[in-house]
Design a protein around this ligand. Structure first.
Ligand SMILES: NC(=O)c1ccc[n+]([C@@H]2O[C@H](COP(=O)([O-])OP(=O)(O)OC[C@H]3O[C@@H](n4cnc5c(N)ncnc54)[C@H](O)[C@@H]3O)[C@@H](O)[C@H]2O)c1
Length: 347
């Protein structure tokens, strides 16, 4: 199979490269290292590109920019792609407000460029679009919550399994990032429903793994572990540090994509995160890292939460599991942390 991965030096893209290379496929990666431009030297993904080039035999890389419509179109004419994993993005909530044009050009227009090139030159390909739970904006904050000792949780039986795909997406605060990602998400759905392309849309919770270039503004768990190991300063913004996120290992993300690719349903949307079983609050994550390493960051608490930040979010995985009964989470939260700690200690 001939696979295209956009954002191939990032967390999700690089995991996709490794996964499909191991299956013996030819994998072309696109990444212009814009993460370094967005986040500075800590966001630089060159090390990850070089790791892939050194270890994945069927992998080739190009520094194309997904905003470059003509170049993307030409690339599709030159290659007959059968599976497209679209993971290139401006991924930060907070950064989008500082760079609204770049955010929209990458997340919305870049996605349109890829979808249209697929429609013109690879109409039978499977197109996986990596979306986000921020498409639901701060709507989940309106669900009744209960405050427990170390975390918030839903206090409404309707959400006992987490947030489902039917959750409303409008009339709430998204951040510009949530808005640009929602535009890309709807476009990918529309290319499935209107044009019949085999698109699948996956709305991520907290996606994580050791190959993230974690920075304060994006890559929560990887950044937290890095800061804890160095016992450096870390600021908790609002919600008493009890805000809850569901963590999924990047390997389990790509395995969900592969299940979809073998039995695609055009235009379908799935929530994809660690679910309730892999959820933890910030306080709980700090405590667990300390138990595992004996180290903790120097924490400062700010009363002010990040604008539009979720208080409690975990994905309802029932739809994904019902469509793909053989898919499951292979990494527990502890296993995610242990692997991340051991890789970072060696780096
Ligand atoms: N990491 C998470 O917690 C999380 C959660 C929900 C959704 N997502 C989504 O998953 C996808 C992948 O996220 P990630 O965590 O791997 O991010 P990442 O920043 O690690 O990877 C994205 C990659 O895209 C590249 N890129 C950015 N702009 C580009 C452009 N114009 N042309 C070519 N390449 C470009 C970057 O250099 C980077 O390597 C994104 O769509 C993101 O919104 C991530």
């Amino acid at each position: 199979m001939n696979v295209l991965v956009t954002g191939s030096s990032g967390l999700i893209g690089s995991e996709a490269v490794v996964y499909f290379d191991r299956l013996g496929f030819k994998v072309s990666g696109i990444d212009n290292n814009m993460r370094a431009d967005f986040f500075g030297p800590r966001g630089d993904t060159t090390w990850n590109r070089d790791r892939l080039l050194a270890t994945c035999r069927g992998f080739s890389h190009t520094g194309l920019d997904i905003r470059d419509r003509e170049a993307i179109d030409r690339f599709f004419v030159q290659n007959q792609f059968e599976l497209i994993i679209h993971a290139a993005a401006q991924p930060s909530h907070d950064l989008a407000a500082r760079r609204p044009f770049d955010d929209f050009d990458v997340n919305a227009t870049g996605t349109l460029n890829l979808l249209e090139a697929t429609r013109r030159h690879a109409p039978n390909a499977i197109f996986i679009h990596m979306s986000t739970n921020k498409v639901y904006g701060d709507g989940p904050n309106r669900i009744a919550l209960k405050e427990l000792d170390t975390r918030w949780d839903y206090d409404d039986p309707e959400y006992v399994n987490g947030i489902p795909e039917e959750f409303p997406v409008d009339q709430c605060l998204h951040s510009l990032f949530g808005a640009s990602k929602l535009a890309g998400d709807i476009l990918a759905q529309e290319y499935g429903r209107y044009f019949g392309l085999r698109t699948g849309i996956f709305r991520g919770g907290c996606l994580t793994g050791p190959y993230h270039s974690g920075v304060e503004l994006h890559g929560f768990l990887s950044y937290l572990v890095g800061v804890a190991l160095q016992e450096s300063p870390y600021t908790i913004y609002g919600y008493k540090g009890k805000q809850v996120r569901d963590q999924i290992h990047s390997h389990d993300v790509i395995s969900a994509f592969w299940h979809f690719a073998q039995d695609p349903r055009p235009g379908e949307v799935y929530n994809l995160g660690g679910g309730k079983e892999n959820s933890a609050s910030l306080l709980e994550s700090v405590a667990r890292i300390e138990e595992l390493t004996g180290k903790r960051p120097q924490i400062t608490y700010s009363e002010q939460n990040r604008i539009g930040d979720h208080i409690c979010y975990y994905s309802d995985l029932q739809k994904l599991r019902s469509h793909f009964p053989d898919w499951n989470l292979s990494y527990s939260l502890d296993e995610i942390l242990e692997e991340m700690i051991s890789v970072m200690q060696r780096r």
